[in-house]
Design a binder for this molecule. Structure first.
Ligand code: NAD
Length: 490
């Protein structure tokens, strides 16, 4: 084992390959892993196609009964070892997250820390009670127990690649499922290889976990594979709708964790310094490429000027550049296409009367922290998820107008309300159509102990994390036991 060395990831072991029971070549060739900050090729992985997905799913199905039969304490100890390895090699592994996904160091370390917490939470699920006795209808023993689905297919995005993959993989494994995982092709190391390496070194039996980097074709193959019982998808509403459609056609259980247009509501009794710092963190962390990013900063008109001024000062002091210099607050945007999409939304807002108070420009992939004021319904900046570092300020006159503006979105992921009066903030928060409500905090909050998910276009009502995991990653089985078979009238 490569414990405590700076080469835990061990590129030579897997370069050009995927993890299908073990490291091996794939049918669709290789995929270069590129640093979005400077275009450097970091390594390559095996690119999976439909035939690789089918092979992985078949093997995962064969491995599942023995994995589910293993003592829960043994499954939990493998998971806990994987969490330990992630932390022990955290500095090295965070370096990969920084280079591959354009993360600053602090964000990469959040992924390591939360990744380990999610795995430990999952390990604890293996030890939970898994059934209940039911009222008898005759003399038989009558009970219901939670059983694994079988093979769970996981599909994850590029933005928090480690955490958003491991939160589903670990919970599914802990509860006796085997897993075929397809990370985003732009982040196959942070969202795939790292996870394969920690579970490989932790002693996970072969066949229980497969990691096949690939594009939408591989994802769709996973959704229609007859050996896969459930899909856990995190990504865009557009991708999620397609995944839901294929899973529906194939009668698979599906968990959809999608995008958001999240409002931070700042009431007139909020402290302007604190409120502006909440808005800056929510809008600019990881260049705004977060599903829970603060997409609208709704501010009471009485303090709008004070908040705007502070937010502009912050934006102008947040440098964007290559995270490997450790001198920047914002790294690169994941792709040129995404940079163009952000620019289009900012230009549309300005053309329709919003004021550009800071930023609004980019140097290649590095988009400056941007503040738009006077954003209104009808502008793309008001309606759409931007996935870029853009704070959109919208003024309101009354608390009920703030609620109305926040609830206009088709999405319903997260919201925050900041006020000097918790009761007043709760009265506003109670009316918001969201899966996550944060009083006196901004919108970017996550962790393993809360059931996370969205309403409306943000998902299909499923949740991941905390008490939701047993509900999502297992299903009921009713068992009735008679002492002996008895005769029927026929
Ligand atoms: P995306 O939907 O394009 O891609 C996400 C994943 O889905 C990738 O692995 C991709 O290869 C795969 N995929 C795409 N089309 C598919 C298809 N037809 N069938 C199967 N798989 C397919 O998303 P993106 O734009 O790269 O990621 C950002 C989006 O993800 C944003 O909308 C963001 O809000 C959302 N997101 C949601 C959460 C959450 O927990 N709710 C967390 C992070 C990101």
């Amino acid at each position: 084992m490569n414990m405590h060395t700076a080469n835990f990831i061990d590129v030579g072991r897997w370069n050009g390959q995927a993890y299908i029971s073990d490291w091996q070549r794939t049918s669709a060739g290789t995929l270069e892993v590129v640093d979005p900050a400077n275009g450097t090729v970091l390594c390559s992985v095996g690119l999976g196609g439909p035939s690789d997905i089918a092979r992985a799913a078949l093997t995962a199905r064969a491995a599942q009964p023995a994995w589910a039969k293993m003592l829960p304490a043994e499954r939990a100890s493998i998971l806990n070892r994987a969490a330990d390895l992630l932390e022990q090699h955290g500095t090295e592994l965070a370096g990969w997250i920084m280079r591959e996904s354009g993360s600053i160091h602090a964000k990469a370390m959040i992924e390591i820390e939360h990744g380990a917490l999610f795995i430990r939470h999952a390990a604890s699920l293996a030890m939970q009670p898994s059934g209940m006795f039911l009222p008898g209808m005759d003399g038989r023993t009558n009970y219901a127990r939670r059983v694994p689905h079988g093979v769970v297919g996981v599909i994850s995005p590029f933005n928090f690649p480690l955490v958003l993959s491991v939160r589903s993989i670990a919970a599914a494994l802990a509860l006796g499922n085997t897993v075929v995982h397809k990370p985003d092709p732009r982040t196959p190391v942070s969202g795939g290889v790292i996870i394969a390496r920690i579970f490989e070194e932790a002693g996970l039996p072969k066949g229980v976990l497969h990691i096949v980097p690939g594009g939408a074709d591989a994802g769709e193959a996973l959704c229609s594979d007859p050996n896969v019982a459930m899909i856990s998808f995190t990504g865009s509403a557009k991708g999620g709708a397609k995944v839901g459609e294929i899973c529906g056609r194939n009668l698979k259980r599906v968990q959809l964790e999608l995008g958001g247009k999240n409002a931070l509501i700042i009431l007139d009794d909020a402290d302007p310094d604190i409120a502006a710092s909440n808005a800056a963190w929510g809008a600019f962390l990881h260049q705004g490429q977060i599903c829970m990013a603060t997409g609208l900063v709704l501010v009471d008109r009485k303090i709008e000027a004070a908040i705007t001024e502070r937010l502009v000062t912050k934006a102008k002091h947040l440098p964007a550049g290559d995270p490997s210099t450790n001198q920047v607050a914002l790294g690169p945007i994941i792709s040129d296409a995404q940079v163009s999409s952000i620019q289009k939304i900012v230009d549309d807002a300005v053309a329709k009367g919003a004021k550009l108070m800071a930023g609004g420009t980019h140097d290649g992939r590095f988009y400056a922290a941007t503040v738009l004021s006077g954003v209104k319904p009808g502008m793309l900046a008001f309606e759409e998820e931007i996935f870029g570092p853009v704070a959109c300020i919208v003024g309101f006159e009354t608390d009920s107008e703030a609620v109305e503006l926040a609830n206009r979105s088709d999405y319903g992921l997260a919201a925050g309300v900041i006020s000097g009066n918790v009761g007043r903030a709760m009265a506003v928060g109670d009316q918001l159509n969201v899966g996550q409500l944060h009083i006196n905090d901004q919108t970017v909050n996550g962790g393993p102990y809360a059931p996370f998910g969205g309403r409306g276009k943000s998902g299909n009502g499923t949740r991941v994390g905390g008490p939701a995991d047993i509900e999502e990653f297992t299903q009921w089985q009713w068992v009735s036991v008679k002492d002996a078979a008895t005769a029927y009238p026929f």
